[in-house]
Each structure stands twice: as structure tokens, then as C-alpha cells.
Design a protein around this ligand. Structure first.
Ligand code: 5GP
Length: 178
């Protein structure tokens, strides 16, 4: 039986070990290095969840690049339109830049669809997304994601930057709800 940990009221077990995650991040970085040779990409990492992924990814990026960090606020617009996500903290001018959004996990995809729309309105030269995890079964809107670390089943996960009600972001392995 796998050892479990308790976070708040729930129990989690190891799902993907840190070494496996970090090997895969290195592979993603190598692909990005090839695709962005002779370019100077601007990475936009979405806080809080992507801080650990972004740090690990950047260690293996060898092309000249910049990184900045954003937040996405989420609020209920109306009953009919549901949640709206707004980008906060983007001070850089992204017009004509090669932008790469760094996200922890794409679940329904709704957040990323809106982030992409808002960034495209600022006319970057190119826009791509790198996400560490994606839950294909949970997707509610079709979305192009250029770099996906792991496709995972539709279960709640924790660790490697992802939290459960504030806790667990510091865990190096990825855990799944038992
Ligand atoms: P989406 O708009 O794609 O449904 O939601 C994306 C956001 O929901 C992620 O950036 C993340 O903050 C949160 N999220 C989605 N699935 C999970 C999960 O399994 N665990 C945790 N901790 N957060 C998740």
C-alpha cells in the first residue's frame, strides 16, 4: 500500500514522483529551446500554482529569454456568463514579443481560453502555452496547448506548486486524492 498524507480533511497518495516530473520538465525545455532558437521569448508564469514548475523549467532553458509573473483573478460576472478571469500584473509590453504562458494545470480550459484571448488582444508576435499537467477529460472548450508535461485523469491533484485550500504547494511529488 502506498503511504498517504493528510492535508486538511483529505488523504492523498503519491501520483507522480518529483524525479519523473523534473525529467519531463527538462524534455519540455529542450523542445522549447529548439522551437525558439534565435528568438527571445518572454515567459509569463501564472501565479501561484506555476512557481515551482516555472523555476524548474527556466533552469533548462538555454535561449535568451525573459520571465515575468502574473496573477489571474476570478470572479462571478453574472449567473449566465459564469466566472470571468482577468489578468493582473502584466507590466511588460508584449506587442511583437514571442510569448509563452507557463501554467500549472489546465482543467476545464476556461481560464486559459480567457488568458489567451486577453494576451492576443495585445498583438504578440506569437503566443504559446506550456502546462505541466492537463486533464483532457475535463476540457470544456477546445484549446491549443503547444507543450503538455503530463496528461492526467480527471482527479484532484496536489503538490509541485498546486494547493488544496492553501496547503501542499511545497510538496515535491504530485499527489492525488485517495
Ligand atoms: P480551469 O479554468 O482550466 O478549469 O482551471 C485551471 C486552474 O484550476 C488551475 O490553474 C488550478 O489553479 C486549478 N486546478 C484545476 N485542477 C486542479 C487540481 O486538480 N488541483 C489543484 N490544486 N488545482 C487545480
Amino acid at each position: 500500500m502506498k503511504p498517504t498524507i493528510q492535508v486538511h480533511d483529505k488523504h492523498f497518495e503519491v501520483f507522480i514522483e518529483k524525479s519523473v516530473i523534473e525529467n519531463r520538465i527538462n524534455e519540455l525545455a529542450q523542445r522549447i529551446n529548439l522551437d525558439y532558437t534565435a528568438k527571445r521569448p518572454l515567459f509569463l508564469a501564472i501565479l501561484n500554482g506555476s512557481f515551482m514548475f516555472a523555476a524548474e523549467l527556466m533552469k533548462s532553458i538555454t535561449v535568451a529569454c525573459e520571465i515575468t509573473f502574473l496573477r489571474v483573478s476570478s470572479y462571478q460576472a453574472t449567473e449566465s456568463s459564469g466566472k470571468v478571469h482577468q489578468i493582473l500584473g502584466l507590466l511588460e509590453n508584449i506587442k511583437d514579443r514571442d510569448v509563452i504562458v507557463v501554467e500549472d494545470i489546465v482543467d476545464t480550459g476556461l481560464t486559459m481560453v480567457e488568458i489567451k484571448q486577453q494576451l492576443l488582444a495585445q498583438q504578440p508576435a506569437s503566443l504559446s502555452v506550456v502546462t505541466l499537467f492537463q486533464k483532457p477529460e475535463a476540457l470544456k472548450q477546445p484549446i491549443d496547448i503547444e507543450y503538455v508535461g503530463f496528461e492526467i485523469e480527471n482527479k484532484f491533484v496536489l503538490g509541485y506548486g498546486l494547493d488544496y485550500d492553501g496547503l501542499g504547494r511545497n510538496l515535491g511529488d504530485l499527489y492525488v486524492l485517495c
